[in-house]
Design a protein around this ligand. Structure first.
Ligand code: KDG
Length: 317
């Protein structure tokens, strides 16, 4: 297995029109979850990915499982819950450059995940374990499960990649979010923070200072996402370097860009690319996903990614 990831995916109702949700009458049903987005992104690029989660024994759970399995992701460690539902969320394209999300996920099946259901076999054959700061915000039992996942990974030479993915709505308060996100980041080999997440964790600083602060937590490789500006990378073997971003003509839906970025970086590393080259690929993937409505729908295959990176995507028909 190349990458194993654990987290909640929800049925996503995305408006077919722009404006406030209260005036929206028509939605399309899709699926969205940071971790499954990464797993799908990797699978589309030809890697072996596994997504671990828990779903309700309901229509949304059935549909989601078919969709993610159909994307070539291994779902053999996904469990079902008879008494808790699959989570749901809504997007709102409130106005240009103002996309919001509304969750209906409290006490969802995924929030019931617990350590005793996590088997060593689900993780120990993986090159990378991808985790996000969303899962520890779901429940105390999810936090215990993550502890076990980290323990299995560390005992089997599986490298841990952590994306803070700050979602304030799921935490009791800011201090709880800060404490746990720092904790899981410090257990990881690679972190993928955005600039606003770094500011939330450490207060106002420059990107270079944030990078040092993550290193001070004991993290080897820090990849800071700088939006359109690209990324800032630094590791024990690579000095601090800026990697340029890609511009897109129009951002249709920014949600999922960070997950596409993570998939692009991990794909590059799995292919044996240098960190800088892997991150450039991540930047391209992040940009591509924003051009399509949906979290995972815009994730490219290898040929589309190569065309976008060499500027010839328009020629592909
Ligand atoms: O990164 C995209 C995710 O935010 C979206 O798919 C939903 O997982 C999700 C979450 O918890 O916000």
């Amino acid at each position: 297995m190349d990458v194993v990831t654990i987290g909640e995916t929800m049925a996503l109702f995305t408006p077919n029109e722009e404006g406030m949700l209260r005036h929206t009458h028509s939605f399309s049903m899709k699926f969205g979850g940071a971790e499954s987005n990464v797993a799908i992104g990797l699978s589309r690029l030809g890697h072996r990915s596994r997504w671990i989660s828990r779903l309700g024994e309901d229509e949304f759970g059935d549909a989601m499982l078919s969709f993610i399995r159909g994307e070539g992701v291994d779902v053999s460690y996904v469990t079902r819950d008879q008494s808790a539902p699959t989570g749901v969320f809504f997007k709102e394209f409130r106005r240009l450059n103002d996309t919001r999300v509304y969750y209906y996920r409290k006490d969802s099946a995924a929030s019931k995940m617990k350590a005793e259901w996590l088997e060593d076999e689900a993780i120990k054959d993986a090159e990378y374990l991808h985790l996000t700061g969303i899962t520890p915000g779901l429940s105390a039992s999810c936090r215990e499960m993550l502890e076990k996942a980290i323990w299995i990974a560390k005992g089997n030479g599986t490298r841990i990649v952590f994306d803070p993915n700050l979602r304030l709505k799921i935490w009791r308060d800011e201090e709880e979010a800060r404490q746990f996100i720092k904790k899981y980041a410090s257990e990881s080999d690679i972190v993928l923070p955005g600039i606003s997440e770094a500011e939330f964790l450490f207060g106002p600083c420059t990107p270079e200072e944030y990078t040092e602060k993550f290193h001070d937590l004991g993290i080897d490789t820090v990849i800071m996402k700088l939006g359109k500006e690209g990324a800032l990378i630094s590791s024990s073997s690579v000095p601090m370097t800026r990697v340029p971003g890609f511009t897109v003509e129009r951002v249709v839906d920014p949600v999922g860009a960070g997950d596409a970025f993570a998939a692009g970086v991990l794909s590059g590393l799995l292919d044996g690319k240098q960190l800088e080259e892997a991150v450039l690929q991540g930047n391209a993937m992040g940009a591509m996903v924003t051009m399509v409505n949906g979290d995972a729908e815009g994730l490219p295959n290898r040929s589309d990614l190569a065309s976008f990176m060499n500027g010839s995507l328009e020629d592909v028909t």
